[in-house]
Design a protein around this ligand. Sequence first.
Ligand code: PMP
Length: 283
Amino acid sequence: RIAYVNGSYLPHGSAAVHIEDRGYQFADGVYEVCEVTGGRLVDETRHLNRLERSLNELKIASPMSRGALSVVLRETVRRNRVREGLVYMQVTRGVARRDHAFPKPGTPPALVITAKSVDMSKGDANAAKGVKVITLPDNRWERVDIKSVGLLPNCLAKQAAREAGAYEAWLVDKDGFVTEGSSTNAWIVTKDGVLVTRYADNGILKGITRTTLFDLCAREGVRIEERQFSVAEAQEARECFLTSATTIVMPIVAIDGRPVGNGAPGSIATDLRSKFHEVAEIA
Ligand code: PMP
């Protein structure tokens, strides 16, 4: 495998950043994960828009123009011969002598890009069975709309899910409402067939898959409500599912050990999963 690191394509096994990179010391950086299908990028425009927004919110300089980044993303995918998989990009505030305050203006941001092949049949197999989630308190900071590499609470939540035999942890705010998963957005389907997902304020990451699913639902005439929902409402819902670039639409069959619907993957989630790439930008 080959990784792109600050202007060079390096063997993945020996690709490295400096020990004083601010991403390493302070989690002072942002990232994106973009799906690759047929060797092409899924929803690149929206991912690069969100990357730009994350950088702006944190006042991190852009490492290169959008056009150049687009070229390097494709070159990294090509050099790794990825047909089906994921491309990861990370930008940090760069390398500087350790100090919490920002380094002096002009310090170049650091850019790393990796690409890996993923066996899509594994995701399809998970979707065919449906996945289980557990719920945990959302103990993250108040700006999770920024796609920061500071993911320690998310890692702890995902690990707790794994240890409970679940696929994902749904995070619950102090009022008992689900915000999102540790690395996915959260959705339910009401008895009337209306999709419900939390409004995208500072309390969730506004997923690209979430946004593209809005487009698909508009095409299919499926209604969406952006509002809070509680764990109890989710457990009583007709269907539940989660979304992310890595999982697309993934049906949920149990929450904290309680079956959702009839305990099988929901038909609406399954249908939306099968149609997702018909509306996504693939370029
Ligand atoms: N929420 C969180 C916390 C995430 O980490 C992710 C995946 N990066 C998502 C939601 C889903 O976002 P996307 O659809 O853009 O992958």
